[in-house]
Write a protein that binds this ligand. Sequence first.
Ligand code: CP
Length: 308
Amino acid sequence: MTDFLDIHTTSAADLRAMIDSARAMKTARKGRPKGTADDDLPLAGHMVALIFEKPSTRTRVSFDVGVRQMGGQTMVLSGKEMQLGHGETIADTARVLSRYVDLIMIRTFEEQTLLEMAEHATVPVINGLTNRTHPCQIMADVMTYEEHRGAIKGKKVVWCGDGNNVAASFLHAAGQFGFDFTFTGPQTLDPEAEWIGFARENGVRVTVERDPAKAVLDADLVVTDTWVSMHDPESAKERRHNQLRGYQVNEALMAHAKPDALFMHCLPAHRNDEVTSAVMDGPHSVVFDEAENRLHAQKAIMRWCLGV
Ligand code: CP
């Protein structure tokens, strides 16, 4: 039994096996109603706790449906309503939950909360997003790219805008799956140096280019995210919008990418801020396949964690 805490702390071979498993599971249930169970029911008899300290649509629903399809049961818990939100330690919460459930997925603010949960739980813990990383999302993104265009190894991925937690997990994935990564955005919003360092140490060509048109030149994949993340203060909104306006992904910017380039956004999107509706709904966009693949990728992650 293993935790899935981040992409850079999981072996490249295991990550590849999870992507392959996710694609096989998706193919095996193609065309079936979403509420029907998978044939092999790998999570039969398993109880999974899904803890949310932040809002969620995709993560909540895709984990819940994924567990049910694999024959397990879920309980969705709000951090605020648990004693965790009223002073009980993370360590004690982890020890107690481990007596009731077989797997814990947590979406939280501070990375330290995730790490403490994993340290003290005696069941596997999955990172459903922290302020620093979002590994489940990027597993779905790699799966989505490869479904549409084949191997991501050696491709040029361009991140436009805020070098946030999702960008961080893309840098980790660049190191593990072997693709080039270009960041374009204002210097104050560069991805963390530690994550750029991880990618470079793993042989990734990481480029930082302030001019978005130059950055996107010949891109295979263009990615963006909201300009204000869930953990950013509302007071940052106006400044962020002023800083990032020049990094909007629109049709003019996509014209610099390869003709068959894909566009991704982890969603929720703020249409006509970081991306125009023309791009979101246009021929390059695979954003809803990305959202669907959260389900399949996370099913593979849960099976890997539980060894089933
Ligand atoms: N992309 C993503 O994690 O979506 P939710 O915040 O809706 O879970």
